[in-house]
Ligand binder design. Sequence first.
Ligand SMILES: [Zn+2]
Length: 158
Amino acid sequence: MHPDYSDFLDRIPEAPQWWFNGVPRYNPFSPLDLSVRPREVGLALVRCQDCGTEFSIGIEPTLFAEGSMFDQIALDHFNYDDPPRHASPDGSRCAGETMGATPICLLEAWQWESEAMDFVRQPQLEGPIVIPEYRVHRWLAAVGSASRPSIEVVGPDN
Ligand SMILES: [Zn+2]
């Protein structure tokens, strides 16, 4: 579970544009706003497993996984971590703060290119993230619903 940044959120009237490691960010996403020089970074839309609230989160390779982050995403081996701290729609603390977030869409994909000495956007890697059936079943068990949830995909242009 990430730290509670309600002291920031309570003082800033606008909603964060995205989040990184649970920290609200108020400028548009930039690949330079994550850790120092990872080779791959992205902006992902994720959903809270408990209340369904969606967040745009900055992502980068985890410290424990080797290889390409985008390959891990394609193989469903990537850890999106917990969603930012948040309240449920009824105002109570959301239990989903302690559950790994469900990936919905890779909104932006960037790779560091040495020759260009800059991040270059990779739109061919962007788009909906396929959610395996076992995850849908686990999610249904968690929410106690008998019907499959509709997965609405929000792309960068929507
Ligand atoms: Zn939630």
